[in-house]
Design a protein around this ligand. Structure first.
Ligand code: UN1
Length: 499
């Protein structure tokens, strides 16, 4: 593959960082393969991008909503045209197997189709007034400049979850992609240019959180920060935005679980647990590090789960038979090893030892094997409460439905929950008593779709889900009332008399 030289996109112009510095993007499956480079942007670059977005806002917000949707429809067509090339780049740059790379791009395409299709649907509301001569409306207005800061694990889909609702509603955008996947972001940016979005409506600054991301969060010209990523960074953004009276929508981690109840269909249970734990090598915010299993069926479940996990094919994601690719970077590997070590210290009964894979070609990538253990729940455990973002999985036996729900909730997070049961009374109890934003019955905890809200509670988010629900975060609901009478009449029976 020819190396890709990514650039910032500011006011429709491709630009180097004013610092002149660049950073490399490499293939996590083979770190000898440098895929390209991107500008290491500074607060000055951020300032230029935000200024461009502010200047473009006035014209963009007055462009008809249907016209804005047509640009997005054009983008959808370009994503469809380039689907295979984009999918391959996703796999090379973030390591996930090619079927997952493809699903990432398909999810992005779905978001573009969904958002473009919304423009001819009713939006806003007509509502009655207490006064017969008054018409009342609920309208949505754009908030201004939206900063979209996104993670590497869905390098095409998650950016569009946040960028497209923002643009459709008349906001302009500054996009700061993950420093692990700048090249996917660059290809996406090229498609925005080709789709003909007016200069300044969509801007990109590449770089690191500490300089480019932080400068965006603090820039007075940014009205809304939309972030998906770690709890630590999300909390920091929430605090910094509060100081500036700035709105933010943050999606953070999860310590999700698959709950397998005593009446579960074990084929479905094992299948759902394997997909939840090991797709994307456990690096989805909805991945499950915990399988909470009723003790009646736990031995049989565990035997089958471990047997299946042992057979998982690990390797370069471009091989279509591979199920698990590498972890994204050295930091991801260290986090995985740290969690494994901690589990042993906390008394876990190790069922699969995991560890770094060093044979043949695998030695050049960040490849690790599934680490699986059995452990009773403890509220003071580190490994049963904190996200590992890797194929690190606890099987937690419980003795009742109520205990399963207690264990599920006993973490700082509340993102994704899957329950395996044939009994509607049981899943209904789980649904009503577990804290989550994305719930599943007889399915894995992964697999969200764009037209559903995506977001969690507690440490997983601040109550502003993304994908279809992001429209609420990037618009302001306005009450608008018109008098058609020839005199002023007030609501609540308030007297309108002056004298
Ligand atoms: C994420 O892990 O950050 O639900 C998002 C899923 C995907 C999105 C995951 N559609 O698995």
């Amino acid at each position: 593959m020819k190396p890709i030289e990514a650039l910032n996109l500011i006011r429709g112009q491709w630009q180097e960082s004013v610092s002149g510095n660049r950073f490399q993007s490499y293939n996590p499956a083979d770190t000898r393969e440098i895929l390209g480079t991107a500008p290491r942007s500074t607060p000055d670059d951020v300032d230029k991008a935000v200024t461009a977005a502010r200047e473009a806002f006035d014209t963009w917000r007055r462009t008809s909503r249907i016209k804005r949707g047509e640009y997005i429809d054009q983008l959808a067509q370009l994503i469809k045209r380039d689907l295979n090339a984009l999918a391959e780049l996703v796999t090379r740059e973030c390591g996930k197997p090619i079927n997952e790379g493809r699903a990432d791009v398909v999810e992005a395409l779905h978001m573009a189709q969904y958002v473009a299709g919304m423009v001819r649907m009713p939006h806003g509301e007509i509502i009655d007034s207490e006064i017969a001569e008054k018409d009342a409306y609920i309208l949505r207005k754009p908030k201004g400049v939206v900063a979209c800061i996104t993670p590497w694990n869905f390098p095409v889909a998650i950016p569009l979850w946040t960028i497209l609702p923002s643009l459709l509603e008349g906001n302009t955008v500054v996009f700061k992609p993950s420093e692990d996947t700048p090249l996917c972001a660059h290809r996406l940016a090229e498609l925005f240019v080709e789709a003909g979005f007016p200069p300044g409506v969509f801007n990109v600054v590449h770089g690191y959180g500490e300089d480019a991301g932080d400068a965006l969060v603090h820039h007075p010209g940014v009205d809304v920060v939309v972030f998906t990523g770690s709890y630590a960074v999300g909390r920091y953004i929430e605090q910094e935005c509060a100081k500036q009276h700035k709105f933010c929508a943050v999606e953070m981690g999860g310590k999700n679980a698959v709950i397998v109840l005593d009446d579960a269909n074990l084929d479905i249970a094992v299948h759902a647990a394997i997909l939840s734990a090991f797709k994307t090598s456990g690096q989805r915010c909805v991945s499950s590090n915990r399988i909470i299993v009723h003790e009646k069926i736990e031995p049989e479940f565990t035997r089958r789960f471990v047997e299946t996990a042992r057979m998982i094919k690990i390797g370069n994601g471009l091989d279509p038979d591979v199920f698990m690719g590498p972890l994204i970077n050295e930091q991801g590997v260290q986090k995985y090893l740290h969690h494994n070590q901690k589990a042993i210290e906390e008394g876990a009964e190790v069922l699969l030892p995991g560890g770094l894979l060093k044979e043949g070609e695998l030695q050049y990538g960040h490849f690790v094997a599934p680490f699986v253990y059995r452990m009773r729940h403890r509220s003071d455990s580190f490994v049963l409460r904190e996200e590992a973002f890797s194929p690190h999985v606890a099987i937690i036996p419980v003795s009742s439905l109520e205990e399963a729900v207690f264990v599920y909730n006993d973490t700082p997070y509340g993102l994704a929950m899957a329950v395996i049961t044939e009994d509607y009374r049981k899943w209904r109890y789980v649904r009503d008593n577990c804290e989550f934003g994305v719930g599943y019955v007889n399915l894995p905890s992964i697999g969200a779709e764009v037209h559903l809200p995506f977001g969690g509670v507690k440490g997983s988010g601040n109550g502003h889900p993304s994908a279809s629900a992001l429209f609420d975060a990037v618009t302001h609901k306005v009450a608008f009332t018109v008098n058609h009478g020839t005199e002023i009449k007030m609501a609540q029976g308030l007297s309108a008399k002056i004298r």
